[in-house]
Design a protein around this ligand. Structure first.
Ligand SMILES: [Fe+2]
Length: 284
């Protein structure tokens, strides 16, 4: 097994490792420590079914099952093999989407920050990849915080943000959610903007997503301006790695210190990804 940096911002490629082979304790410990240090691991040319992906994912913690709405979509499409695996896809079969998020752009976000105990890791495996588009961008929120101008950093000190749960990262209103008219009252968890990573002990910027976010205690106009400034800052190219997918790519990222977004792609091409998510803990 060899570790090769994925460009200058974050992440490492793990070479010469078949993750579906039984991994010994030393290998798992090395992977976990590389994941904590670099924020993102890439394994190329893997051959996984749903069960093998779930088995590998458990090395990073306990799996968090998809919400009921996603499970229903899959069971209606008749595609559930492993109930802990999510499907991200634009493919429609027999009039039924086999997965979520479609073919549009997905905005910058960290996964499910709108819950009280957001996931620690997200794991995404590419089965079918469109010939163009659909790249996933990752940004390092340790670096963004570490290099933040003092004046901007001072404005978030001790502040918490509200993380709206109403919309998906693709901009769709979730099943049963109401459109948000007042960001100070949107449903969703409240987390510190500067959080302490529970395993590394480092401080990271924790923004969730821009849409309907709100910095608690500020007038809405001031909160909007501060959030715009923070988002402009933390998505600068020097913090970002852009991943162009190949079939068989497996990515594991740390949601506590890495955000991501996805480019759109042509709806007429197929993109099928399997995903798992690892349970996290409360933020502080
Ligand atoms: Fe995501």
């Amino acid at each position: 097994m060899e570790l090769v940096p994925l460009g200058s911002a974050l992440g490492a490629e793990v070479r010469d490792l078949d993750v579906s082979a039984g991994l010994d304790d030393a290998t798992v410990a090395a992977l976990r420590s590389a994941w904590l240090e670099t924020g993102l691991l890439l394994f190329r040319d893997q051959s996984l079914d749903e069960t093998a992906l779930a088995d590998f994912s458990r090395h990073f913690g306990a799996l968090e099952a998809p919400p009921a709405s996603e499970r229903r979509t899959r069971s209606e499409a008749g595609s559930v093999v492993c109930p802990d695996v999510w499907v991200i896809s634009n493919v429609v079969e027999n009039g039924q989407a086999i997965g979520s998020l479609g073919a549009g752009e997905a905005e910058w976000h960290t996964d499910m920050s709108y819950i009280e105990e957001p996931p620690s890791a997200s794991i995404l495996y590419g089965l079918e990849i469109p010939p163009a588009g659909g790249d996933t961008h990752f940004a390092d929120m340790y670096k963004a915080l570490d290099t933040m101008p003092e004046e901007l950093h001072g404005r978030i000190a001790g502040r918490n943000a509200r993380h709206d749960s109403s919309y998906t990262s693709a901009g769709d209103l979730r099943l049963g959610a109401e459109p948000v008219v007042d960001v100070t009252k949107s449903p969703g968890a409240i987390h510190p903007i500067e959080r302490t990573h529970p395993e590394s002990g480092r401080q990271a910027l924790y923004l969730g997503r821009r849409r309907n976010a709100y910095v608690e205690g500020l007038p809405v106009e001031e909160s909007e301006a501060l959030l715009d400034e923070l988002w402009d800052y933390c998505t600068r190219p020097e913090f970002v790695y852009v991943h162009s997918w190949r079939p068989g790519d497996l990515l594991v990222w740390d949601n506590r210190c890495v955000i991501h977004r996805r480019d759109s792609f042509d709806q007429s091409s197929r993109r099928v990804m399997l995903r798992t998510q690892i349970k996290g803990s409360r933020t502080n």
